[in-house]
Design a protein around this ligand. Structure first.
Ligand code: HAM
Length: 428
């Protein structure tokens, strides 16, 4: 027998019924975002490498170590998207969405690829639900965006996540902060890892999220960005905090949050939990007022967040929450004989065209085995259809919960099923 092929390390298959659960969860997220005015956007899974190296910053871990980059057959450097934001900004510029009335609010569910060391909650292929909002600069929209993420967790009944906030300033106040960081780290440069030595020259802020334990320990006493904010950034941060207070949202200011990507300005935030191990950041985002310009557009304020679906699922599981499943099979028809099989196929088809989930036996099981199968898939009703039923023109439909039956005419089965069964029983 040929050798079986295994999935690549850090990737996961989604098996039934979790595939259905995931779809329901994704629809819930998109529809909550829709209530805040977000519309779905889809962008390609691969983009020119330059989009990410320019967008996310050449000194970030993602760009330096984690991108899936390859040359295509035309000699172009291509990268599998490591995150959703850069592609959305490219699409906004490419299709002139900046000419539409502002704000432009875009949501997405997307697969992402990062060559990281896999562990619980960290994968090489993972999925993000994200939102990006363009054209609004005041702190009210930062608060609205954060409230959207919090609303998602609330809707899902999750209480184990806490909101942490910071402001990392803008191009006018960042140089002073960078200088302070540079001075601090330069004094201990002998202890820094080689990557951080390079960061010291190019972008000392990135040393703050180095994963090496030595660099992380040194970073603990590094200067704090909040002490270097310019007037406008401090005012923005105060405005955000008072709007969150008005929304009665709990938060803590964590000056150590810098986020792992270079495009952030002013507000950054994370929703974190201690319930799923080391990879406890479930949602992260912030403002990125300079990215549209960096990618070739006119200045346009922007902000967004990415929420990892795998981590969300881990939190749901750790909290004992059942993610909702779509409704189970409404009617399972158990045909006996060839004529009944044809009739069952036709009835199921009619029911499905009316939006009713119906199934019948397609593998030739015995009646007993079919009933067992109907129980296993959680069918709400069953109907055993034999030759006698075909001649009589009616079939008994049984409610599985309590065994109660109703005779339904075969001639106008769908209408009668609707009227006598779906209309009169509280079946879900
Ligand atoms: P990020 O913090 O790199 O931000 O990722 C956002 C979320 O994606 C994380 O909080 C986490 O839940 C999930 N995530 C990241 N890496 C992995 C991984 N290797 N395995 C599993 N889950 C992972 C961004 O990607 C930004 N684009 C977010 C954003 C949007 N900022 C503004 N707009």
């Amino acid at each position: 027998m040929p050798k079986r092929i295994q999935a690549i390390k850090g990737t996961q298959d989604v098996l039934p019924p979790y595939g259905d659960t995931l779809r329901t969860l994704e629809n819930t997220l998109l529809s909550i975002a829709h209530n805040y005015g977000y519309s779905e956007i889809r962008t390609p899974v691969f983009e020119p490498t330059e989009l990410f190296s320019r967008g996310m910053g050449g000194t970030t871990d993602v760009v330096q170590k984690e991108m899936y980059t390859f040359e295509d057959k035309g000699g172009r450097s291509i990268t599998l998207r490591p995150e959703g934001t850069a592609g959305v900004v490219r699409a906004l510029l490419e299709h002139g969405l900046f000419n539409e009335p502002m704000p432009q609010k875009l949501s997405y569910i997307t697969s992402c690829y990062r060559y990281e060391k896999p562990q619980a909650g960290r994968y090489r292929e993972f999925h993000q639900f994200g939102v990006e909002c363009f054209g609004a600069s005041g702190p009210a929209v930062d608060a609205e965006l954060i409230a959207l993420a919090a609303g998602i967790f609330r809707t899902l009944g999750l209480t184990a996540l806490r909101l942490e906030l910071n402001s990392i300033g803008c191009p006018s106040c960042r140089p002073a902060y960078h200088a302070a960081l540079k001075k601090y780290f330069a004094a201990r440069q002998d202890e820094l890892c080689p990557a951080c030595l390079e960061r010291l020259e190019r972008n000392p802020l990135r040393i703050l999220d180095c994963k090496s334990p030595v660099c992380a320990a040194i970073a603990e006493d590094a200067p704090i960005g909040l002490d270097y904010l310019c007037g406008a950034c401090a005012e923005h941060f105060d405005g955000l905090k008072s709007t969150l207070d008005a929304l009665e949202m709990a938060y803590s200011v964590n000056p150590r949050i810098v986020r792992g990507l270079d495009y952030y300005t002013k507000t950054v935030f994370e929703f974190v939990t201690d319930t799923i191990g080391a990879q406890g950041t479930v949602c992260g985002g912030g403002r990125y007022d300079g990215l549209v310009t960096e990618l070739g557009g006119n200045a346009l304020p922007a902000l967004g967040f990415g929420l990892g679906l795998e981590r969300l699922e881990l939190v749901l599981r750790a909290s004992g929450k059942k993610t909702p499943l779509p409704p189970p099979c409404t009617l399972y028809i158990v045909p006996i004989g060839e004529d009944a099989l044809c009739k069952a196929a036709a009835l199921c088809e009619k029911l499905r065209t009316k939006g009713i989930h119906a199934q019948f036996d397609v593998v030739g099981r015995s009646v007993k085995a079919q009933m067992k199968y109907a129980g296993k898939i959680g069918a709400l009703y069953t109907a055993v259809l034999g030759t006698d039923d075909l001649s009589a023109g009616t079939v008994a439909v049984k409610r599985m919960a309590d065994g109660e039956t109703q005779a339904i005419a075969l001639a106008d089965f769908v209408e009668a099923f609707y009227a006598k069964i779906l209309g009169c029983f509280n079946h879900f």
